[in-house]
Write a protein that binds this ligand. Structure first.
Ligand code: F6P
Length: 510
């Protein structure tokens, strides 16, 4: 049943009205078990949800909503490999990429065997390249899901990266980006990875062609050694002369693909063992999502909280604050994950929705954000739920830095909640501002894998409740089509039939 037609939705609406006077400080005073009730352990991740605008009734009603909208049936359909991405008639099986070899019977046994065949080949190649000291620079050319995941993970796991290789990520069609990277490289010591699920994405194809031309102009001849393609479209890679290829499948969405061949730069950076740990961490979270009771299921609790905030308390954005500088690309990664998945305005039958879907995601690493936009989070007119991500143990020996960092993240969550009385007005903090606190023991391949799989599944949960298809992305197509037309017009100067604004801009840039 569509979520807004369920009894639980009506009950949540009534609850939200009565909830207007909810105050976190009072909630803690009134419920001695609140911190425990709203804490949740999951593989590699501890979550404190207690500083959120929820109470036990909210959670009970949200769980009823999950039941009445058939969340578990939808989840189980994904894990059975059904074509839940119905607008593209595809299964959704990024989780299969993390499934241990030989662990499934029936229809999924064959795709799982293929997954491991490709994984073994890819990890073997990654180890070969790691051992090849003549290759000093690896350049990943890809965009969106073929860039954000590997880039985020290579940065996050920099402490696990063996010395001797530099990793570069070129995504933008803006030639400044490619030119700046190429400027410092030599053809005979560079390996280009052309990462594109479709191998048709104009930005990636343009950068790949320019990289090939640069390689040849530098005297490079051995394309097979210096170029590899990561794609579902091996034929298209061959067409531009790339023969070393690692494939994946149409049931892996771009923004869910860092576990596939798209993760090759990550495997090269942290090695086969490290990549295996990343997959194992994600798999443990898959198991938790598939099997833990809904009331103790972290992705479910987070996804339901997202629905509560978006549809009942009208909080339209979520700020991500990783208190670890190596996690600095996590907000960008999560933007695509959430907003490309759940930024939809129609239900699964194509009917316009009367309720909001994806929140706006944004963020920067703490403590930097504190000295930039946290002012608005503490004293602005809008309530923005914050999601802190902290790591208990550092990998450096600057203990005083880490204590200070942890003190800041805990103090921020506290300050947002507690506020501060001041009669003067300008120095008054209302407090009662919500936040979620995610804590990892250490930042390792396994904990990163679990953290990212957690985020994937929480996006699944809210998308399932909203009754949308979280696995297509038709909204990016129109811009691609129009850019082709405008490109031809920039070359020709033809502005006929254009609106006055577009015609004037075109004339200006020519
Ligand atoms: O334009 C959106 C998109 O299709 C994303 O979903 C995807 O991650 C990105 O483009 C890159 O696509 P590809 O890997 O096919 O080049």
């Amino acid at each position: 049943m569509r979520c807004d037609r369920t009894p639980a939705w009506q009950a949540l609406q009534a609850h939200a009205t009565a909830f207007k006077s909810f105050d976190l400080r009072q909630a803690f005073a009134a419920d001695a078990g609140r911190a425990v009730q709203f804490s949740q352990s999951a593989p590699q991740v501890f979550a404190d949800l207690s500083k959120n605008h929820t109470d036990r009734t909210t959670e009970a009603l949200l769980l009823a909503l999950a039941e009445q909208t058939g969340l578990t049936a939808h989840r189980d359909a994904m894990f059975r490999g059904e074509h839940i991405n119905h607008t593209e008639d595809r299964a959704v099986m990024h989780w299969l990429l993390r499934q241990p070899a030989g662990s499934l019977q029936g229809a999924l046994a064959a795709p799982l065997a293929q997954v491991h065949e490709t994984l073994d080949a890819m990890l073997h190649y990654a180890e070969q390249v790691r051992a090849d000291s003549a290759i000093t620079d690896v350049v990943n050319i890809g965009i969106g899901g073929s860039d954000l995941g590997p880039q985020m993970a290579v940065l996050a796991l920099q402490d696990f990266v063996a010395p001797g290789k530099r990793f570069h990520f070129v995504s933008n069609v803006d030639g400044h980006e490619l030119a700046a990277v190429l400027k410092n490289l030599k053809a005979n010591s560079t390996l280009f990875l052309i990462a594109s699920k479709t191998f048709t994405t104009i930005e990636t194809m343009t950068n790949a062609r320019s990289a090939l031309a640069w390689f040849k102009a530098q005297g490079g001849v051995d394309v097979a050694r210096h170029f590899a393609a990561l794609t579902t479209n091996v034929a298209a890679a061959a067409e531009i002369g790339i023969r070393t290829t690692f494939g994946f499948w149409d049931w892996v969405g771009g923004r869910y693909s860092m576990w596939s061949a798209i993760g090759l730069p990550v495997a090269m950076a942290i090695g086969a063992q490290g990549f295996g740990d990343l997959l194992a961490g994600a798999h443990a979270m898959d198991q938790h999502f598939e099997h833990a009771p809904l009331a103790q299921n972290l992705p479910v609790r987070l996804g339901l909280l997202d629905v509560w905030y978006r549809n009942f308390l009208n909080y339209t954005s979520r700020s991500i604050a990783p208190y670890h500088s190596a996690l600095r690309r996590v907000p960008a990664y999560l933007q695509q994950l959430e907003m490309e998945s759940n930024g939809k305005r129609v239900d699964r039958n194509g009917q316009a929705l009367p309720y909001g879907t994806s929140p706006v995601l944004w963020g920067e690493p703490g403590t930097n954000g504190q000295h930039a936009y946290f002012q608005m989070l503490h004293q602005g007119t809008d309530v923005v739920p914050l999601e802190f991500i902290a790591v208990k143990k550092p990998t450096h020996s600057l203990a005083d830095h880490h204590e200070l960092l942890l003190a800041n993240v805990i103090a921020q969550a506290q300050a947002l909640m507690l506020g501060k009385e001041d009669a003067g007005g300008h120095k008054h903090f209302t407090g009662n501002r919500p936040s979620t606190f995610l804590l990892l023991d250490e930042l390792t391949p396994a904990s990163l894998g679990a953290l990212i799989a957690l985020q994937e599944h929480r996006v699944f949960v809210s998308g399932a409740i909203w009754g949308i298809n979280s696995f297509d992305q038709w909204g990016v197509e129109l811009g691609k089509v129009l850019a082709k037309d405008i490109h031809a017009r920039i070359v020709s100067g033809d502005t006929s039939g254009l609106d006055a604004s577009t015609a004037a801009l075109l004339a200006r840039v020519r």
